[in-house]
Design a protein around this ligand. Structure first.
Ligand SMILES: CC(C)=CCC/C(C)=C/CC/C(C)=C/CC/C(C)=C/COP(=O)(O)OP(=O)(O)O
Length: 599
């Protein structure tokens, strides 16, 4: 016989287990706290109401099949409040985590107020109507109770997060509808099995489907919406904190300071915050999307705060690289490099040492008027975005990047593997270091453990950066030569150094070296990359747990390019892998390969 407890075991818990398995790489302390917090509120808010309507006879339960009853409500029912919240939350995480919160901020005051107040007026009317029609013993009792009970929660959430939610309608709708349909289906099973019974005297006796009373379908729809609204309101508040770190400076923690900050961020309308900040982020996202399919795909694997700052950093590296590359004249290139160096000097003016970082946001004194005249709008946006997160980053990697640009401007040759690794350290080892700082600062640990240059994890992160740069160089022999007249293949690999450098850097005709040679060079660099990779990948274990799978997947997606180069008969120009391959590598790394680093 299907009892209420068996019902949970058969229809609810297995679904939770499957969902938990799917979303586990994306679960962090903040997500767990969010689900726990909303479940707690669900229990607190629903308990008096459920007791009231059962007392008034809207539902009944066969007493002999229950574990226990507290007040008027079976224990299994209290458990259901939590289980439904957990199902909807896990499903919502899967549907809604893919976009960056600040992309959903509405900075226009007029439309913001309309979107905020019109639904609140309608909901107030619903609440009042519900109150009037919820006369005990009448056919509208159950419906009316649902209306006056749910509307105040909607009003409260809508006040702070309505504008955020309307821009996420598709993902919110999918988050609501799929669990609602499932819950309605199992509700029919429960009703048929007489696990609970709806009183015909206090309901409308309308049926949405066979054995599914209108109020039941409405109840599951509205409660699922309620959970999704609650989750979205948390996401909006967190998005505000991540986007406006200077106004909301506290890192995640389960304490009153952080909760107070989250409440402020929830109440604060986005139109009262600077739209320049979100516009700068949008520009950075656009730069990443256009520049690198691999890193764009990989960025989605990280939680939103980490993703946001990695995107800002990537855009800064890309923009500064282009500033130099786009100039044809060496003197102009040097002037541009000076502009970048001046900016970095200003950004880190008050640091005591190369790896000195701050834990509290502050505004660096940057001569923005000067950069306005030197940089394009896109470059300015990227500089401003990086200036807002620079407080927790060390200065050394930025100077290493500059040393890499200097190398390019001087047209310095890569003589041997030592040079190759030094260059890769400058342009990508530095990025690896910065990635670690981002992950440490933006992950949800209470403490911000700062590493220094000599730390094992920093050394290995630098090495992983070098690995990816070697892959990049091994893939780009043709484009580096044709578009930039550059060669990063160590000259010690070459049979005739002078002639081959001339072909690659002056004639810019790399194909005349022939496929065999090009493949030989790229294979040697790939072998070197693989050696360094196996030596550094273990350090992933030292990163915050919730980032390990994503880091592995991100680096593996990029390393996927090596198989595209090696599987080709010829040496391909800018080898790439398909979207499907990227997804496959991402999923395999996240769910299978990363197990050894996570457990
Ligand atoms: C192993 C540990 C402890 C940490 C890992 C730390 C990380 C994530 C290191 C990787 C750092 C990184 C992302 C370096 C960038 C390397 C690179 C080759 C960038 C090339 O960028 P684009 O040229 O824009 O890419 P495309 O090839 O897609 O155009």
């Amino acid at each position: 016989m299907l009892t209420y407890a068996n019902f949970h075991l058969t229809y609810i818990l297995p679904v939770i287990c499957v969902l938990a398995l799917i979303v586990h790489p994306f679960i962090n302390r903040s997500e767990i706290f969010k689900i726990g917090f909303i479940s707690g509120i669900a229990v607190l808010y629903t308990t008096p109401w459920d007791n009231y309507i059962i007392m008034r006879g809207a539902w009944t339960f066969p007493a002999d099949q229950l574990i226990a009853v507290i007040g008027y409500v079976p224990v299994e029912e209290y458990i259901f409040f939590v289980l439904q919240t957990v199902i909807v939350s896990l499903w919502h995480l899967l549907c809604a985590r893919w976009s960056t919160p600040c992309l959903h901020f509405n900075h226009d005051k007029r439309s913001y107020q309309l979107i905020r107040w019109i639904p609140i007026a309608v909901l107030t009317a619903v609440m009042v109507t519900g109150y009037w029609i919820s006369v005990p013993g009448t056919g509208t009792f159950y419906l009316g109770c649902i209306m006056w009970w749910i509307a105040p929660v909607y009003i409260f959430i809508w006040y702070g997060a309505g504008n955020y939610i309307v821009t996420k309608l598709t993902s919110s709708a999918v988050s609501v509808l799929v669990p609602t349909v499932y819950l309605c289906w199992i509700d029919q099973i429960a009703l048929k099995a007489n696990i609970w019974h709806i009183n015909v005297g206090t309901s409308l006796n309308l049926f949405v489907a066979e054995d599914l009373p209108f109020e039941e379908a409405l109840f599951f729809l509205l409660t699922s919406i309620c959970v999704v609204l609650g989750l979205s309101c948390y996401d909006k508040a967190r998005g505000m904190c991540e986007t406006y770190s200077h106004e909301f400076p506290h890192r995640f923690g389960i304490n009153l300071t952080y909760l107070n900050q989250m409440c402020r961020a929830f109440i604060k309308p986005e139109y009262a915050m600077s739209s320049v900040v979100t516009d700068d982020i949008k520009t950075s996202i656009e730069i990443l999307r256009e520049a690198s399919k691999s890193f764009n795909a990989a960025s989605f694997l990280f939680q939103s705060g980490i993703r946001l700052d990695l995107i800002i950093l990537y855009a800064f590296c890309r923009v500064t690289d282009n500033i130099i590359d786009d100039e044809t004249d060496v003197l102009r290139k040097k002037c541009k490099l000076n502009v970048i160096e001046k900016f970095v000097n200003e950004l880190f003016a008050d640091r005591k040492s190369d790896y000195d970082v701050k834990t509290v946001p502050y505004t660096a004194k940057v001569d923005w008027a000067y950069y306005q005249s030197e940089l394009t709008g896109e470059e300015m946006a990227s500089f401003r975005a990086v200036s807002r997160i620079a407080f927790y980053l060390p200065r050394k990697p930025f100077y290493e990047l500059i040393a890499g640009y200097q190398w390019d401007i001087e047209g310095r040759l890569v003589r041997n593997e030592e040079d190759l690794l030094l260059y890769s350290s400058y342009v990508a080892g530095s990025v690896g270091t910065l990635c670690v700082y981002v992950m440490l600062y933006r992950c949800d640990n209470d403490v911000y453990d700062v590493f220094g240059e000599d730390d094992y994890v920093i050394e290995k992160a630098r090495q992983m950066g070098r690995v990816l740069q070697l892959v990049n160089i091994a893939r780009d022999i043709i484009t580096d030569s044709e578009t930039l007249g550059r060669c990063y293949v160590p000259t010690e690999y070459m049979d005739d150094e002078e002639q081959e450098i001339h072909i690659l850097c002056n004639e810019k005709k790399p194909r005349s070296l022939g496929n065999k040679k090009l493949k030989k060079y790229s294979t040697r660099m790939i072998h070197l990359a693989n050696k360094l990779q196996s030596d550094s990948v273990g350090a992933i274990r030292c990163l915050p747990r919730e980032t390990r799978g994503s880091v592995l997947a991100a680096t593996e997606i990029y390393r996927g390019l090596t198989s595209a180069i090696q599987s080709s008969q010829t040496y391909p120009t800018r080898a790439s892998i398909t979207k499907l391959e990227r997804i496959f590598i991402g999923i395999y790394s996240l769910y299978v390969k990363s197990i050894q680093y996570v457990v």
